[in-house]
Structures are given as structure tokens and as C-alpha cells.
Design a protein around this ligand. Sequence first.
Ligand code: NAG
Ligand code: NAG
Ligand code: NAG
Ligand code: NAG
Ligand code: NAG
Length: 867
Amino acid sequence: MVRSSFVLSLLASAGGFLSSEAKNLPKAKHVPGGYVVEFEDSQDSSEFFKTIGSKAKTRMNFNSALFKGASIQFHDAGSAEEAAAALTNMASVKRVWPNRIYDLPKDNVIWTGKSKDAATADNLVKRQSTSDTFTPHLMTQVDKLRAKGVIGKGIKIGVIDTGIDYTHPALGGCFGPGCLVSYGTDIVGDDYDGFNTPVPDDDPYDGCAGHGSHVSGIIAAQANEYGFTGAAPGVTLGMYRVFGCTGSAANDVLIEAYLRAFEDGSNIITASIGGSSGWSEDPWAVVVSRIVDAGVPCTVSAGNSGDMGLFYASTASNGKRITSVASIDNWVTPTLLIDSSFSVGSAAAETFGYVVGDPSAWGGVKLPLWTPSFDTTDPAMGCDPFPADTPDLSGNIVLIRRGTCTFVQKVTNAANAGAKYVMFYNNVAIGATGPSVTAVTAIKAVGMTTADQGVSWVAALAAGSTVTLDMVDPETAPVSLITNNNNATGGSASTFTEWNPTYEMDVKPQVASPGGNILSTWPQTLGSYAVISGTSMACPLVAGIYALIADVRGTFDPATLEALIASTANPRLFNTGSGASSLRAPVAQVGAGLVQAYDAAYTTTLLSKSYLAFNDTDHLDKTLQFSIKNLGKKAVTYKLGSIGALTAYTFSDSIYPDIFPGLEVSDEYAKITLSPSSVTVPARGSAVVSVTVTPPKIDGTRLPVYSGYITLNGTNGENLSLPYNGAVGSLHKTQVLDTGYLAVSSDADLNPVTGNASFVLSKDPSADVTQPVAVALMAFGSPRISIKAVQIKGKTTKNLGDIFGSPYDYAPRDAYATAFDGRLADGTYVPAGDYKFSIEALHIFGNAKKPQEWDVAVSAPFTVRYT
Ligand SMILES: *[C@@H]1O[C@H](CO)[C@@H](O)[C@H](O)[C@H]1NC(C)=O
Ligand SMILES: *[C@@H]1O[C@H](CO)[C@@H](O)[C@H](O)[C@H]1NC(C)=O
Ligand SMILES: *[C@@H]1O[C@H](CO)[C@@H](O)[C@H](O)[C@H]1NC(C)=O
Ligand SMILES: *[C@@H]1O[C@H](CO)[C@@H](O)[C@H](O)[C@H]1NC(C)=O
Ligand SMILES: *[C@@H]1O[C@H](CO)[C@@H](O)[C@H](O)[C@H]1NC(C)=O
């Protein structure tokens, strides 16, 4: 086994030696021994397959006009050595990449249905209305396009995801020609986990993961009981399943899915998948960029690691010309409540709603409420054991306010007094969530009602009334959708949305759309509907909006569509973490701002760019140009201006970027000069505008990223804006390597070894021996990390070059651990003797030939012998 990065996951449990920042480093994963190889177009690849022979198995062949190559996996390190080393030198091989693995996006599932047949049941509250009132659509003007009958009819959208429950009535009910989900395939099979071999079949059905059904509903859900539809219900979907029921997906699988989606004629391709990167050179991103260049617009979610701070771009969204989509919080928080009834004293029964938890045996329970406290502001109600004089609660439903300690602790206290049923009430104004307390076996059912409802019951109890709940079996009970206004963050960037730009100062994300608290479809096996938050939810909405705009304008040209949605998008106010401030959010967080679909579909002004990248101080592009095309029938005079967005500081007192919330923002804006400052563009004509930037005079050692918008106000009533972004300081001078050291493969925590360590290695790959491990902790991204073996002979040293598994190209901020079995990159073994590792990381934009452009850490010495 090539064990180049096998130990990375162990760093999660790293001991005290790591700084708290280093502990936050993500863990890149690769298919062991797996590589994605691209062939030279003109060369015969039979040489390649002959060379790898039986040493590796071919997982996939890529034979597309856009990408010719293969995914291979070496059986073990011993027989792989010459072949692995020889790969890059072969005439037929253009590039070789490790086969990286991406996790399912960590979206926050807020609510999922419980009723097994909710979608077909006619017991749901019907809230269908003729006009589109779905708030994600109101926020993005999709409602205005839908009012004109625009539905994206006949447009094919390829979706790369976990598969789809196409049997769901709101997702068409069938798979194949004539169905909503009319094409696609399963690239991997149920049991695929990212590391094992994919087992493809023709059926992209998903009844276990869910994510792809939610994403697909956002694009194209048909009318349903909850009164919403997807943005473009007239499209036809192609689903390419790249995840099994659990686990991850590898580069080769993603590349295969994209190539298939492209070759099957998708007009638009979307993926809500990503992984920490910052570089546009990853193989998956390279393939997606080529698909965009071939005329198919591709949208990819910007990622959910907003807490990692600036320069944390996610691949493939950070690829060139790929539309990266950030998330904005929904104006409302939708909650689906199960209805039951209650009565106060002898008054008539009234309906209330709650979210069912686990366990859920509520059916037929009719019991009076009892509460441990009438104080509805008690932050820790029910956390302490109930007092000794508590009555036997076996004949009550115990009502407890949420907060402070765990649900399990609260129900344990109730169960100790005999309770079998617990109803929580929320401690925040919005919604409710279903607690899981299955660990407490005495409890038969649990649920949570809204804060309002709980407070009103407690008031009745305090007044001496009896409040009796009459519970209906949640499997068959009516369900109603309630929505609460999100006045604090609705319309602002979601805190989880990832910060950019890329390490090469490319402007990302392009636009933002609603992704926080989104109701959509979910596999019927898992509850039929769900409310989820993530850039995963923002991205498919933009794919659907691309279809609507294409429907109106008759073009799929990626650059045109991106320029249209960017220029008509609305900049956002900055969400400090708890609500909107009065200043604009940085472009590095929200791009051009919130997409406005109707304006994008009907604007008669077309800009030649969707953003301006001024780069850093070293590479400042002081003057950039863009052109304005007037597609209208009358001359238009455009008045040009600019507005600043908050400058965000990458660093404060550490070489690791600051985390968010908490990173410093300021209103030190760049100065923008426009020439001309007003221009009249004749009908069907165009004009060029020059934009000259003077970056703010601020502390470049902290790598502040400034941004803002060029504004255009036309006499035709159209107001447009074009985002710009740049950095003060030098990416080139930024330290990238935190530290590098020697560890031992038998130490799960990979603590540094300081003494003189001795290793007895084996040239037999099946031997289980303890190996030296070179660990590199990267504070910032690097175009190349190189681990070299340095031989020590008395007072002299000799650098023998990269060890096997090194170098890593286009490395994200990450922790890297490379085990050394005695081999160099060329497959030869170093002689027995004394060594140390030279752990080297090239600076961004660095010249690899200049030693001073590398950060270097030299490890403790160690001795190598062989069995
Ligand atoms: C939220 O805003 C809406 C509309 O502006 C208003 O009616 C409502 O009272 C506000 N709710 C809260 C909790 O502030
Ligand atoms: C910034 O400058 C570097 C060095 O010239 C270049 O490689 C990079 O592509 C530039 N970035 C952008 C977004 O133009
Ligand atoms: C352009 O229009 C926007 C409103 O969309 C306004 O805020 C801005 O002040 C206008 N700019 C100019 C130069 O008139
Ligand atoms: C554009 O901006 C002008 C000036 O602020 C404003 O009067 C007009 O309503 C705006 N038009 C649109 C479509 O927002
Ligand atoms: C490390 O220890 C071994 C003996 O265990 C010795 O032969 C070797 O010279 C030492 N190396 C260094 C660099 O001190």
C-alpha cells in the first residue's frame, strides 16, 4: 500500500503539542495508491497500460473529447514502485494527480418528515396557491419569472449528487424518458464509501442518503402539499449518483459523472459538493472548467466552512469560469409541525403543533400536563433531579423548557419520577426540533412544541387549570407548515458560507442565493420533506435560475449567463454573525450578491465581465477594463460610480488566518477612478470603461482583502453592479509552512520525536514495520510541498531528493503526514544510514528553483536499517 497520507485522519486526535489553530486543520483524504492520470491527446495510451501492467488495476477509463485518461490503483507499494515513478515521465502521460476524496457536504439538517407516506397522504394541510410565494423565490425574483409562465421548459440539467428518490410524486414519480428525472445513472452503488471500488448500475435511485433529493427539489420540484415548487419545474433532470448511502466520493467518480452528464447533453450541470482547496488546478476542477469552455454552464456550491476565515476556497467551485455560489439566509424559517389537540379545563379542544422526536409512540396518549417550574424564562429547567415531593408522573405528560443541559438529562429526571412522556417547549422564538432520547428506555415518546405554545400552557397551569394533551399517532396525524420571519439574518450571508478568494487571487464566489433554512423534497423512506441549511441548497437554485434565464434569452453561453446574474445581483449588508450591520459584506464572502433572476433575464445591458480581479500588491493590475453592450433599441447613457464593501483582514497575530466570526473587518475602502464616468452607448453598440484602483493604505502584513462594486445607472432604468476584489500585501511573501517534524507511524497522535530514533525498515511491502513519518502543518496553501531525505555522513549531509509519495502539488491549508519506507520518489531505496527530513513548502507564486522561496523545516535525525 502506498501510505502517503494514510495517517492524516489521526491528526484529529492530536495531542497537546499542536497549537489550537493547527488542530483545526482539515484532513485531506485520498484513495490509497490511487491516481488520476491524464493522457496526452496525440499519444497512444497502450504504452501506459503496458507499463502499469498487473501492478495496478484500472478503476475507470476516461475517453472524452474533454479528458482522456484513467483512474488507477496500485495493488501495493512493493510492486508499484517503478510504475508509479515512471508514470510522469511517460510520453503518453500529461499529468498525474492523487485520487482525492470529498465528503458529503456538512449541511445542517434542521427538520425531516416523519410520516412515512406524507407525500401521498391526503391528510396534509393544503396550502397550494396559484402565485409563487416560496420565499427563496421571492428573494431572487423567481416568482416574477414564474408569473410570466417561465419554467425552463425542456432544458436538461445534470445533477451530480447522492442520487434521487424519483418515485416521490413531487419529483415526478418515475425515471426515464418522459419523466421529470429523464436521464442519469448510478456511478457508484449503495455500498460505495469513497475508498472502495464503485459498483455502477443504471439506476440513480436514492432511498438512504437524501441530499440529492433535496437539491433536485430546489431545481424542479412539482406542485405538492406544502405549496412550493422548484425554481424551474419545466426542466428535465439527469441524476448522476456519486455517493453511496454513507461516506465520500473520489475525484475519479466525480470526473466520470461530469463527463457523462456532459456527453448526455446536459444544458447546465450542477454539483453541491466540495472540499478545501484554494487552487483551480485540481483534476476535478480542471474537467469542470473544460466543460464550461465547451459551452455548458456549471454551478458548484461555495462550501460550508465559513468559520475557517479568508482564503478557504473550495474545489471545484474555485475552478476557472465555474460559477461558485454562496449562501444567504432565507427570510423565513420554515418548520413543519405535526398537529394534535389540547384542552384547558373543560374548554373546547384546540389544535397545536409539535415536532416529534425519538421515541415517538404518541398515538392515543391523552394525559394532563405537569411542569417542574412555572418560570418560563428558567434557562436550565429540568436539569436538576426533580424534588423529593414530586408526585408520581406516570399519569402525566411532563412539560419542560429546552436549554442548558441535554434532552437526555432532562427526560432522565422526569423518568425517575415515573414519567413515560415528555413534551419540550422551545427556548427561542422560532420553530422547534425533534429531540432524540432513545438512550432513556423508560420514555415512550418525546416531542417539542414552539416557545409560544409552551408559555401559554404554563400560564394556564400556573393559574390552576388542567391542560390535557390528546395526541394523534404522528404517522397519520395532519402536518402543517409554519414559517417564522428571520428578522435577524434573513437576506444576509449565512455564517457558514465559505470565504475566498483563491490563493491566486481569483474572485470567488460569483453570486449568492438562499441556502439557509430551505424546505425541499426528501426521500419518502426518510420522511418525504426536509428543511436543510447549506451552500448545497443555494447552488441548485442558481442552476434553476440559469435555466429560466436561458429560457427567456435563448442562450446557454456560460460567460453571458454569469455576467447577467452577477451584474444584476444585489450586494448584501454584512452579517456579523448575529445580524446585518449597516455596511456591505465583502465580495470574498458573497460575490456579486443576491441573484435577481428577473432582472438578469430581461436586462438589455450586457457587461463583458462578471468581476474584476485586481490581484495583490506584488501583481497589482492597477487598471482593468470591461465593456458595456447595449442590447436595446435606444441609446442609453450610463452613469458610473463605485461603492465599497468591507475590507477583511486575513491575519491578526498568527500565521494561521483568523476564523469567522471574529476576523476583523473595516471600512477602509479602495479608491476607484472610472474613465469615462458617464457614457452614452448607442442601440446595439458597446463602450469600454477603464477602472483604476488605488488600494487602501493599510497594514499589508495582515493581508487585508478589499472589495466593492462598480455601479452603472442607465437612463433606461437599469441599475447594475460589477464586483471587484484585491489584496494589500504579498501572497508571495506569506509564510505557508507552520512547522514540520519527525513522528513515528506507531504513534496515533503523531507527536514529534525529538531523540535519536532508529527504524528497521523492510523492502517487503507486506511486512508490518514501524516507519518514520514526516509531518507538515500548513498554515496557508502552497503550490508544492516537498519532503526530502537528507543523508547525514559525519559532518556532511547530502540531499537525496523527494521521498516516495512526495511532492504534493497545489496543497490546501492542511496537515500532511508522509510515511517513509526507505524509498525515494524514483522507487529506489536509500542505503542504511542516518537521515533527517527536509520538509519544504513553496511560497504562493514562488519560483521553485530559488531556495529562498521555500519555507523549510528540518526534522530530528533518525537511523534507517533494513531487515
Ligand atoms: C419581523 O419583521 C416583521 C416584518 O417586518 C414584523 O412584522 C415582525 O413583528 C418582526 N418579528 C420580530 C420577532 O421582530
Ligand atoms: C495574479 O498574479 C499572478 C502572477 O502574475 C497570476 O499568476 C494570477 O493569475 C493573477 N490572478 C488573477 C486573478 O489574475
Ligand atoms: C444608482 O442606483 C442605485 C439604486 O439602485 C443608487 O443607490 C445609486 O445611488 C445610483 N447611483 C448613481 C450614480 O446615481
Ligand atoms: C435605479 O436607480 C435610480 C436612481 O437611484 C432609481 O430611481 C431607480 O428606481 C432604480 N431602478 C431600478 C430598476 O432599481
Ligand atoms: C543515532 O543512534 C545510532 C545508534 O542507535 C547511531 O549509530 C547514530 O550515529 C546516531 N545518529 C545521530 C545522527 O546521532
